[in-house]
Design a protein around this ligand. Structure first.
Ligand code: GUN
Length: 284
């Protein structure tokens, strides 16, 4: 069996068309959805990420501003910028790119963002909203994974989902989203003694560790759905995920590629969250 690909580029294109239409409708009401992206320092990967985020906004008709600051920026200056953006009516979403320089407390900065503008979904108010099923913003990467499952018509009720990785950004929120859709969820991590014994029971596997070949074909039940959140480089310097794609695609029913899988969906869900933030301002 060869797995069907879940194409993140194609799904993103569909969703971004919907975002552009909704943005147009909001503009007709006098509200242009706006995202502020804040970058501190010159981390090369972060520079690429923020450029892609700003370009995606422009392509979908969203307003975006990119604020770049030197690595030496003080924490209090950054907090003051966040506070100014909280009060800027042209900005509906605020994203402070991580990682931040070591002298800045990233969690303190995240907590300074107004929950109404927390389009990354990293604020503890957003985390609490997700945990309790209240309205809020879902972190973009796991949200994108849920959209990918939805795109293949996958019903999670009663299924066993195994999430590999327990980060605040992907693993933990992913597990909560799967739980909300009535899956039985197991979270595996570096202290899990027998990962294979867990993954072999899974109907859905989400690999989000940041390490190549964490999931190989012998660890996957035939017909399982495999989502690969990893973003790594192989020995030839080529982009690859956490999953041994060539092996696992012989066993799984559906699989996401890297690149072209979860990656583009993360930015797409950032656009969706920003649009949602702007729409909410017109409803209250
Ligand atoms: N750094 C890597 N991924 C992300 C993300 O999704 N949001 C932010 N703010 N920083 C990141």
């Amino acid at each position: 069996m060869t797995a069907q690909l879940i194409d993140g580029n194609q799904l993103s294109k569909q969703l971004r068309t919907e975002v552009a239409l909704r943005a147009q409708a909001l503009k007709a009401k006098g509200v242009t959805p706006g995202l502020a992206v804040v970058l501190v320092g010159d981390n090369p990967a972060s520079q690429v990420y923020v450029r892609n985020k700003v370009k995606a906004c422009e392509d979908s008709g969203l307003h975006s501003v990119l604020e770049k600051y030197e690595a030496a920026m003080t924490e209090s200056d950054l907090l003051a910028r966040v506070e100014a953006l909280n009060h800027d009516p042209s900005i509906h979403g605020i994203l402070v790119q991580l990682p931040l320089p070591a002298h800045i407390d990233a969690q303190k900065v995240i907590e300074a963002i107004s929950p109404a503008k927390d389009v990354d979904g990293f604020h503890i108010a957003s985390a609490g909203a997700l945990m309790t099923g209240m309205p809020g913003f879902w972190p973009c990467t796991p949200y994108g994974c849920m959209k990918m499952l939805q795109s293949i018509g996958y019903d999670l009720r009663g299924k066993h989902a195994v999430v590999i990785g327990r980060s605040n950004i992907v693993g933990k929120p992913m597990a909560l989203m799967l739980l909300q859709q009535n899956a039985t969820v197991t979270i595996c991590h570096s202290a899990t003694p027998d990962l294979k014994a867990m993954t072999l029971q899974a109907d859905v596997i989400v690999a989000a560790v940041g390490k190549r070949n964490v999931l190989t074909a012998d660890m996957v039940k035939p017909g399982a759905v495999v989502l690969d959140v990893g973003m790594n480089r192989n020995d030839e310097g080529k982009l690859c995920g956490d999953v041994d794609f060539e092996g696992v695609k012989q066993v799984a029913s559906h699989i996401t590629p890297v690149p072209g899988g979860v990656g583009p969906m993360t930015i797409t869900m950032l656009l969706v969250n920003t649009l949602e933030a702007a729409e909410r301002t017109t409803k209250s």
